[in-house]
Design a protein around this ligand. Structure first.
Ligand SMILES: [Zn+2]
Length: 190
């Protein structure tokens, strides 16, 4: 690939900066899920944690225990199951309770003839990412202070952040638009 027998093989017209750059980049499988964690209106630190969760790259107890760094492999919050990414962010009773309350909130806000609007998908992604980040912070403070807040308190924090970000995203929108009315319903049902 590249120069073979004195010929640039990636473009019939010879070497170009574009094809040279493509050669340096190499071939990588495309990640189908990157839009779930990267978007201009997501909080960047939430995106970073979301990216790490998707890659299962956080140092959770299950992994630390296997490396003999931590004495227990059990979930910091519930202490009932090994602390894996799947458990902490999806299966833990605490996380599931947070998820149920947020689902109810979104279902109430997304009523009427708005079901097919693209903004709903974006808002759901934003809620997911904010929830993951907030759960991760709660887990860390629980590890240090040995107390965990009630799920309802966590939900309030998530809702406040989400509403603030949605409002930012809508700054160009007309206050009479359907998107704006969705935001108003979300804000008023906190
Ligand atoms: Zn748990």
């Amino acid at each position: 690939m590249g120069y073979v027998g004195g010929q640039w093989t990636l473009d019939v017209n010879g070497y170009t900066v574009k094809t040279g750059y493509q050669l340096l980049q190499g071939q990588h499988p495309s990640l189908q899920w990157y839009k779930e964690v990267w978007d201009s209106w997501f909080v960047p630190k939430h995106s970073i944690i979301g990216w790490m969760i998707k890659q299962e790259a956080l140092n959770l107890r299950d992994k630390l225990h296997r490396l003999n760094i931590c004495g227990s492999s059990m979930c910091v919050i519930c202490e009932k199951e090994p602390e894996t990414h799947q458990h902490l962010f999806a299966q833990c009773e605490y996380s599931r309770t947070v998820g149920f309350i947020l689902d109810d909130w979104l279902c109430n806000a997304f009523t009427g003839n708005v079901q097919d609007m693209p903004i709903l998908k974006s808002i759901r992604r934003l809620v997911q990412l904010t929830t993951w980040y907030t759960l991760w912070m709660e887990r860390n403070s629980c590890r240090l202070d040995l107390v965990v807040r009630r799920p309802e308190r966590l939900v309030k924090d998530i809702q406040r952040i989400v509403c603030m970000r949605v409002k930012m995203m809508l700054k160009e929108q007309c206050p009479a638009s359907i998107e704006y009315s969705i935001w108003l319903r979300m804000r008023d049902t906190i």
